[in-house]
Ligand binder design. Structure first.
Ligand SMILES: [Zn+2]
Ligand SMILES: [Zn+2]
Length: 94
């Protein structure tokens, strides 16, 4: 198993979870820039970095939850918070 993971240059934990049929979580938290991100499009992977706290394009603090009701973001394919209807992108309602 380790040799195969090394050969494919992917973590052996990933191979193990795949072989067990356990879903792998891509990242712990979904984060995005409320200014630059267009809802419904894939977020820049830099925003999803665990170390990223601010947008590298505009310096705005990244959001990982609804700015209105503080519920964690379920999916970045959502355009609006399913709990309160707040648009995730603060520029989309202008
Ligand atoms: Zn930005
Ligand atoms: Zn909300």
């Amino acid at each position: 198993m380790r040799g195969l993971a090394y050969a494919l240059s992917i973590p052996s934990e990933y191979l193990e979870s795949v072989s067990k049929g356990v879903p792998v979580s891509a990242s712990d938290t979904l984060k995005f820039c409320p200014i630059c991100w267009t809802p419904g499009t894939p977020p820049d992977e830099m925003w999803l970095s665990p170390k990223a706290k601010f947008c590298m394009f505009c310096g705005t603090a990244l959001c990982d939850r609804c700015s209105n009701c503080n519920q964690p973001i379920m999916s970045l394919t959502f355009r609006f918070c399913p709990y309160c209807g707040q648009p995730y992108n603060t520029t989309s309602n202008q």
